[in-house]
Design a protein. Structure first.
Lengths: 286, 270, 269
């Protein structure tokens, strides 16, 4: 269990050496190796899935509103074949949702990072833009959905707008913080070497801010997904959120679970790709 | 000497006064532009009410009912749900996090579930919330819980796991057992981290609430906004947005104050 | 033409409504190609003095001039070696060393040549493509020094450059610095906590008082070094064994101690 919602600078001696094994308080323990964690983790997950099968088969949980394995299988089959479900096949829904997420995300990053750079490096720009930011920030992105629908209807435009609202803020803030947190000594060293303002920005501020910029990108991506699903739940023609909402009305828990799994998987895939990109672009990080 | 001072100022950016002036300018410019845009008429006024219209709407909604209740009573319903979901998330997440930080086996067992479920955005629980609870209160609570729970858990966990070893060793040499270690050493030591987690969790929980209220409820501010949207009542939609924003800020400020209090008492600077 | 002149420098700053005087009426000169060390207790303002020459801070009154011009901003003519190395973590060793040259617009081929020369000079061969975090503290400081030297500055400002290194590495670096200064003499202002370091390296040692920082005394080491022939000795240990060295060191220690005693007395009352 490593990541957290904020940056992990994980670090110092954990309690592994000191915390006792259960029942043997005096013995210092060796750290649990990653492979052991995987082992236990897989067993736990497998056990739960087995429990799920058993519980639904034995009737401990009524299948009416709780997804059963066969339910999920049926849903998977239904949505993947010709007729599809909720307005399209699985592939069509996935394509629609991913397309919108990536579009909204791209626009948000393309507007947010430069703004963050500007506000981070120029106190004047910061002073001018901050007030608007501070006013609009407390409004949760999801709260923009009704307004977006009012303005732009139920189509793609409204979704992209809301995604932009959601993803824009983390990009700006993290880029801003990244620029501001570049070690002052490094900036001084650059100025001592005769760096002009442009060189300072390009060779010191931006590389120095990149780790935090990527954190912002990661948060923006997560926000994009969440917002997209929510927007599609409220009103859409196709997309995974649409599937979820139709399945809810149809009282089709198997389909709900199936779509949820896909939402999670796609989100995880995108996040991992971003992380991979980060390791490629930032070779100097430990 | 004057040359030195002049170049120094040019290099080091605006003075505090200049900063404030620019800030206020930005603020006023925003409102002015907003009001102007709504009045000019490129966009029909019904779609872009100006700040004054919205303010009037907020005032009106304070005593006039819309979709069943006044704005403030809707807000109260929302806050109530939030409170319950958030408290539940904290009550489960914090103890669990502390215990996981201390008992390795617990961590190993719970983590895989947590990690896999964490990827599911709170909003994705809305369908099940609707399915299982209809428009009952269980639905929003489930959604808020799924939003607020991870930060509460994670911060308690990290607080416990990365507590200063010397404190733990001191406690051990004084004979502290497992449970006592958790309550008397880990909990106080993790308090700053826990409160920070509460703040993040509250923010996420409040946001998740909004999402839930757009879909699976029959009262509350989110519901109010959806009804207004269906009736093309833009000022009310905006009024709802502002109310939500204000409450979010209030919650955050309250928790920040708590955080500062705790950090001060513990002798750490905020 | 790289003389540093401090003329009645004062530095007062405000914090929480009170003013603190960091430096009080400091005046001294560092002559062309002279190596001057400043020693003094923490908070005596020695780093501030260096940063003023660098153009990173400015006096409240009085003036700081380098090469007969007021210092208004940092620049490559006054290279700074920072205690925390200040290497750019995202640049490799040779990119770091070549940074100043790049800013100056030196062509790549020429840059590569100069960088290669300093890599060899500072014993960094083989590490050109490494990133700072892959290097030890001593190696990183070598890169920092190489980076400053590559600018061919008239003035070298070193702010406790060896403070972050362990004792053995420190000794090695001190010997290297002496070797470099003899090969490539230039005006140097060197801040340190270590009296031995100061006496070993410097031509003159400025001893400062605690806050508000004033010059207590300026000790001439260079003439004694020449008279006693320290340069003929190869190792630091041998130099530090010399009676003349010990005498100077003790003298400076006593000066610094006097103030400590003063503080102790004041605190006892």
């Amino acid at each position: 269990m490593a990541r957290s919602t904020v940056i992990a600078g994980s670090s110092t001696a954990a309690l592994d050496d000191v915390a006792p094994r259960v029942g043997r308080p005096q013995r210092a323990r060796r750290t649990t190796s990653p492979s052991r964690r995987w082992y236990i983790g897989s067993i736990a997950l497998a056990a739960t899935i087995a429990l799920w099968f058993v519980a639904t088969a034995a009737g401990w949980v009524t299948g009416g509103r709780f997804p059963t394995p066969s339910d999920v299988w049926r849903a998977a089959m239904q949505i993947s074949t010709d007729g599809g479900y909720g307005g399209g096949t699985l592939l069509q829904h996935i394509w629609q949702s991913c397309r919108l997420v990536l579009l909204g995300f791209a626009v948000a990053v393309a507007t947010g990072v430069p703004l963050g750079l500007l506000m981070g490096s120029s106190r004047r720009a910061d002073a001018l833009v901050s007030p608007v930011f501070m006013l609009l920030r407390p409004i949760p992105p999801l709260a923009w959905i009704p307004l977006a629908i009012l303005w732009l209807g139920l189509g793609d435009a409204a979704k992209i707008f809301v995604i932009w609202v959601a993803a824009f803020v983390p990009s700006v803030i993290n880029t801003f913080t990244g620029v501001r947190s570049v070690d002052v000594t490094l900036q001084e060293a650059a100025r001592v070497h005769g760096a002009s303002r442009a060189v300072l920005l390009r060779d010191v501020m931006i590389p120095g801010a990149l780790p935090m910029i990527f954190t912002g990108l990661r948060l923006s991506l997560q926000a994009s997904w969440t917002t997209l699903v929510a927007a599609e739940l409220v009103g859409a023609f196709t997309g995974l959120g649409k599937v979820l909402s139709v399945a809810t009305l149809d009282i089709y828990p198997g389909m709900i679970l199936f779509a949820m799994v896909w939402v999670g998987v796609l989100g995880a895939l995108m996040t991992k790709s971003l992380a991979w990109l980060e390791t490629r672009l930032l070779p100097w990080l430990r | 000497m004057a040359a030195v001072i002049a170049s120094r100022r040019a290099r080091h950016g605006p003075s505090r006064r200049e900063f404030v002036v620019l800030f206020v300018t930005g603020l006023l410019a925003f409102f002015a532009a907003w009001q102007a845009l709504s009045m000019i008429g490129i966009v029909p006024r019904s779609f872009l009410p100006g700040p004054i219209d919205v303010l009037q709407t907020i005032v009106r909604l304070s005593y006039e009912k819309y979709s069943g209740d006044t704005l403030w009573r809707h807000l109260l319903a929302s806050i109530g749900r939030f409170g319950m979901g958030f408290l539940l998330a904290a009550a489960v997440g914090i103890p669990l996090g502390l215990l996981m930080g201390w008992y390795r086996w617990l961590d190993d067992v719970v983590s895989p579930f947590f990690e896999s479920l964490r990827f599911v955005a709170p909003i994705a629980w809305v369908p099940f919330a609707g399915l299982w609870f209809g428009t009952g209160i269980g639905g929003p609570i489930l959604v808020i819980f799924s939003g607020a729970f991870p930060p509460c858990l994670i911060n308690a966990y990290r607080g416990a796991k990365y507590v200063d070893r010397r404190l733990v060793e001191a406690a051990q040499t004084l004979g502290a057992s497992g449970p006592r270690m958790v309550t008397d050493v880990l909990l106080p030591a993790s308090l700053p981290s826990i409160v920070a987690g509460l703040r993040v969790g509250a923010g996420l929980g409040w946001q998740s609430l909004v999402g839930a209220e757009l879909i699976v409820v029959a009262s509350g501010v989110g519901y109010l906004m959806v009804q207004a949207q269906l009736n093309l009542n833009t000022p009310t939609v905006m009024a709802g947005m502002i109310a939500i924003g204000l409450v979010g800020v209030a919650i955050d400020l309250a928790l920040r104050a708590l955080e500062n209090r705790i950090n001060q008492n513990w002798g750490r600077e905020s | 033409m790289s003389r540093i002149v401090y003329d009645r420098v004062n530095r007062t700053f405000q914090r929480g409504g009170e003013s603190f005087e960091a430096l009080n009426d400091v005046s001294f000169e560092v002559a062309e190609k002279e190596f001057v060390a400043i020693v003094g207790p923490s908070g005596c303002g020695k780093t501030t003095l260096l940063r003023m020459a660098a153009g990173l801070e400015f006096p409240t009154s009085g003036s700081v001039r380098v090469a007969n011009r007021d210092v208004t901003e940092p620049g490559p003519d006054r290279a700074v070696v920072f205690q925390q190395f200040a290497l750019f973590p995202w640049k490799s060793v040779d990119e770091n060393i070549g940074f100043g040259l790049k800013c100056r617009g030196v062509k790549e081929s020429e840059r590569a040549r100069i960088v290669a020369r300093f890599v060899q000079l500072m014993g960094l061969t083989g590490y050109e493509k490494a990133y700072p975090h892959q290097l030890s503290g001593g190696m990183q400081q070598r890169v920092a020094i190489a980076r400053s030297y590559a600018l061919d500055p008239g003035v070298l400002l070193m702010d406790e450059p060896f403070g972050a290194l362990d004792a053995q590495t420190r000794v090695v670096m001190q010997e290297e610095l002496i070797r470099l200064s003899r090969l490539n003499p230039r005006t140097v202002l060197f801040i340190t906590h270590s009296v031995e370091e100061a006496v070993y390296l410097a031509d003159r040692v400025v001893v400062m008082t605690p806050r508000p920082g004033r010059i207590e005394e300026i000790i001439d080491v260079g003439s004694i070094r020449r008279a006693e022939g320290w340069e003929k000795l190869e190792r630091i240990e041998e130099v530090m064994d010399q009676e003349s060295f010990v005498h100077l060191r003790t003298k400076i220690w006593k000066l610094l101690r006097a103030y400590q005693e003063g503080v102790k007395e004041a605190m006892a009352h």
